[in-house]
Ligand binder design. Sequence first.
Ligand code: OAD
Length: 240
Amino acid sequence: MGSRVAVVVLTGAGTSADSGLATFRGAGGTWEGYRVEDVATPEAWARDPALVWRFYQMRRAGLGAVEPNAAHFALARMERELHAAGHGFTLISQNVDDLHQRAGSTVLAMHGQLLQLACERCGTVTVDSEHLDPERFVPCDACGYERLRPDIVWFGELPKLLDEIEAALAACTHFVSIGTSGVVYPAAGLLARARERGALTFVNSLDQPENLHPTDRFLPGRAALVMPPAIERWLVEWMK
Ligand code: OAD
């Protein structure tokens, strides 16, 4: 075996677009008719929890109608094969859907998860895919508080798992960005940080993301079409 590789992959909404989930920006993406500040900030939750809850309940219910696509499965295979051969692999996702997990990946879900609810009073995080009524809040089983919130990182809040992400980045030899517009920080800064530490960098997206640099290898096109053959090639090349 050649030298050890440590691959870090960062995914965004474009990775799930081929499964039928809308992106936020670019390529026709919208926030499903909502303004960000009305549904994805702690201020919105404090001001109008019923509106925010309805928005997230719709998105939580929508997960039942979608399946992982070929890009999710190819990344899960990449993780299995690299780990089996003693290499490093870390998948970081900004996505709050559970499609990576369903495809078999281990994920650092830095913006939270739709299928988790969190108690603002006692801090308990609950996995829940059953209470999907848009008009009913879910109480906390642990402390009885009447209204769990979506366990989602909203604008103005700190992303999760930053220590684990730092550790992966510090060892990274190859960095792959998939389906993210490169505008939301700190996620958007990971590509430049990997580049600075000498990693080879690869970027797939439909539109050129804002954080693309001339030294990145850009792979334009739909993730479900572009990523499986790219991953196939990399596994052969990187594990020589
Ligand atoms: P965006 O919606 O900002 O960007 C999606 C990117 O995916 C765009 O660059 C598109 O060109 C690309 N794209 C669309 N369809 C694609 C496809 N089939 N294959 C490959 N690429 C495709 O989504 P993110 O960058 O993930 O935060 O957004 C970052 C964060 O902004 C999200 O995590 C979300 C939002 O605020 C939270 O929910 C906390």
